[in-house]
Design a protein around this ligand. Structure first.
Ligand SMILES: [Zn+2]
Length: 253
């Protein structure tokens, strides 16, 4: 099994207090937007798809007023092709959740089965996706995709090596991914359970969040899981932590 770290873009948050309420007004912060590819003997899985690849042609980035500026250096599609796993040949696509910075390239995975919690899917394709911070235009192509609706944790390849973990709160059906790497050791890939390592240390519930009570329960579940597994927590949006990882074409085993 190989785990590749991929660059899904970078985000300049214009008001970090949205994610860290005690940050003070007008503090800006850069976040990574990491995606991952797992190559397993029984198939391939992409976890999250970052920001749209076409933003690589927009040097100044795309501004979401008062919220963030989105930047992409190298389209995800090209990164996957360069390591011999083009998007249209990926078997499974699992999204931590449906916010725009995680679904940006979802339409490229035309032959993948989507792994999503049933309530996340219902919120995304229901009457009021905007209530959850979703933008249907960013993931409409997933409506007709082969989909496995999950009602909890899910063992992707049936051997316990890659587990989708249901950890809701930020969105109705938020997910993280536990990868039990034989050499590196177990890693819990955060999704947006938290947005930075200091967020995690302080167990900070952001303002940009669907259900604070669920989020706190998910923090406790994740803390127990990390302790039981002896797992490392990889926070997808923590720029310093993610930048220090070995990125594709290198990989973890
Ligand atoms: Zn995010």
């Amino acid at each position: 099994m190989k785990l590749y770290v991929l660059d899904g873009g970078r985000i300049e948050i214009l008001d970090w207090a949205v994610f860290q309420p005690d940050a003070g007004p007008g503090v800006r912060r850069w976040l990574s937007d990491t995606c991952y590819l797992i190559v397993h003997p029984r198939g391939t899985l992409v976890w999250d798809t970052g920001l749209p690849g076409e933003l690589a042609d927009v040097p100044e980035g795309r501004t979401i007023p008062d919220i963030a500026v989105f930047h992409v250096r190298e389209p995800l599609e090209r990164q996957l092709a360069a390591i011999g796993h083009p998007a249209d040949r990926i078997d499974y696509l699992a999204l931590s959740h449906f916010h725009p910075d995680h679904v940006g390239n979802a339409g490229l995975f035309t032959n993948a089965t989507l792994l999503v919690q049933h309530d996340e899917h219902a919120a995304a394709f229901g009457d009021a996706p905007g209530d959850f911070g979703f933008d249907r235009d960013t993931y409409e192509s997933l409506r007709s995709r082969a989909t496995t609706l999950l009602h909890g944790d899910h063992d992707v390849f049936g051997d316990g090596s890659v587990l989708v973990k249901r950890l809701p709160g930020h969105t109705p059906g938020g997910q993280s991914l536990l990868v039990r790497l034989p050499d590196t050791g177990p890693v819990l890939i955060s999704g947006d359970l938290v947005h930075s390592l200091d967020n995690w240390t302080g167990r900070v519930v952001p303002r940009h969040n669907c259900d604070p009570g669920e989020t706190r329960r998910s923090f406790d579940l994740a803390a127990d899981l990390l302790a039981e597994e002896g797992a490392a927590l990889w926070v997808q949006h923590d720029l310093d932590q993610q930048a220090a990882l070995r990125h594709a074409p290198d990989y973890y085993t």
